[in-house]
Design a protein around this ligand. Structure first.
Ligand SMILES: *Cc1c(COP(=O)(O)O)cnc(C)c1O
Ligand SMILES: [Zn+2]
Length: 409
């Protein structure tokens, strides 16, 4: 049995191929590189029953991951997150088969841990000593913590407005952390310069090919958790779009392996009205997005004005007959409260945005009452303690209180 059926890297734009035993970043044409597996021989040797009794994290799919040697795994038990039926919320939206894939319960509190686990493990296998990245916060937190575990040094640059907790995560992990007065695109330029001058390993979104392999495990898990069936619709809060590209890649690989049938879920890219470059491109029928100026949203993880992999996101949306929708921040907060009150789940604003998009699409009839719908909650609400403003009564000592429906004197 082979540990991995990883074969080589290829460019989805110009089809050039690359050796994966060396450090690789972008293709010479400027496009991101993707990982290819030897699916033909894998199909003969790997069956769903092989997964029985395996570790309950994303490494259970090691044959379909890019690591060549097991000893290079850097793991904190990430993956195999719950797929929860949202009965009361689904009733409210008139989507009885509404599910949440809850990434809030993963190490570091967001699904960024998946990309970091696989990306850092592969970096270790390649002998990397120091990595660098721009981030909106969550990726920096996950990568610096996983890098710390593997003994790799990290340099992280994030916007000053990024969620405060993510600074602390990077700092406590011992990262070389900087805040920039600007957006992730500004952080990106600073990192690109440092990478050139100091020969660092650039792990910016899609500038190394392995983060997407970690994120694709969300797609593998959804299929496995539904008994090797796929849902009708998957909604994903889209920033760089790596998760969406990854889920689509995973499902196509499972099709080629014969583990799932011909059916593909309609993939929905969800963005905020304040930063919706993918939505705009989709509405105009384009295959690439344009830079979104002065972007702003409370859903910080999806504040990405121009994604390197935009053409892959749009391709996934077009090929699955999905769509791209944007939602209003104020309504996102209301949806977030409703989800907590109906389901007991304190989701992140990005996740709430995706739920709100499901509600909108159901109203428009794009989602039907019989559709099985999976919404990705990409992180824990507790990572954004200030998203919801609350007013709480102050008591004097020995003051009396009553239950919720009794007016206090
Ligand atoms: C990064 C992030 C996203 C967007 O992920 P992409 O795969 O880059 O589109 C969504 N939600 C949260 C919480 C994030 O941290
Ligand atoms: Zn190319």
């Amino acid at each position: 049995m082979r540990f991995s059926y990883v074969s080589h890297l290829y460019c989805p734009k110009c089809s050039l191929t690359y050796d994966l035993n060396q450090v690789q970043h972008l293709c010479e044409c400027g496009a991101p590189l993707l990982v290819e597996y030897d699916l033909t021989s894998m199909k003969e040797n790997w069956k769903p029953s092989d997964l029985v009794g395996r570790r309950n994290d994303l490494w259970r799919y090691h044959e379909l991951l890019p690591l060549q040697r097991e000893e290079n795994i850097v793991s904190m038990g990430e993956g195999m997150t719950p797929l929860v039926l949202m009965e009361k919320l689904g009733e409210d939206m008139e989507i009885p088969l509404l599910y949440m894939k809850d990434e809030g319960v993963i190490p570091t509190g967001t699904f960024k841990a998946r990309g970091a686990a696989v990306g850092v493990s592969k970096a270790k296998e390649l002998g990397v000593k120091e990595l660098a990245m721009p981030t909106n916060g969550n990726a920096g937190a996950a990568w610096s913590l996983y890098a710390a575990k593997s003994g790799i040094a990290s340099t992280i640059v994030m916007p000053v407005d990024a969620p405060m907790i993510t600074r602390n995560e990077c700092a406590v992990a011992g990262a070389n952390l900087y805040l920039v007065n600007g957006l992730i695109s500004d952080a990106g330029k600073i990192v690109a310069q440092a990478v050139k001058e100091h020969d660092l390993y650039d792990v910016s979104t899609l500038k190394e090919p392995y983060r997407i392999e970690g994120k694709k495990t969300m797609g593998l898990e959804i299929a496995e958790q539904l008994g090797w069936e796929v849902p009708d619709v998957i909604l994903y809060p889209t920033g760089g779009g790596v998760g969406l590209i990854g889920i689509y890649k995973a499902l196509k690989e499972l099709q080629q392996l014969g583990w799932i049938g011909e059916k593909m879920p309609r993939l929905v890219a969800v963005q905020s009205d304040g930063c919706a470059p993918i939505v705009k491109a989709w509405q105009e029928g384009k295959t690439e997005s344009e830079f979104w100026h002065d972007s702003e949203t409370i859903a910080f993880g999806i504040n990405v004005p121009k994604a390197l992999g935009d053409f892959l996101v749009l391709q996934a949306v077009y090929e699955t007959e999905g769509c791209a929708v944007s939602v209003n921040d104020r309504d996102v907060i209301e949806e977030l409260k409703l989800i907590s009150q109906k389901e007991g789940a304190f989701v992140c604003p990005e996740g709430a945005a995706a739920f709100l998009a499901a509600r909108q699409l159901r109203k428009e009839g794009w989602i039907q009452a019989t559709d099985q719908v999976v919404v990705l909650n990409t992180g824990a609400g507790i990572k954004y303690p200030n998203t919801v403003e609350v007013e709480i009564p102050r008591l004097n000592k020995e003051e009396k209180i009553g239950p919720k429906n009794v007016t206090l004197q």
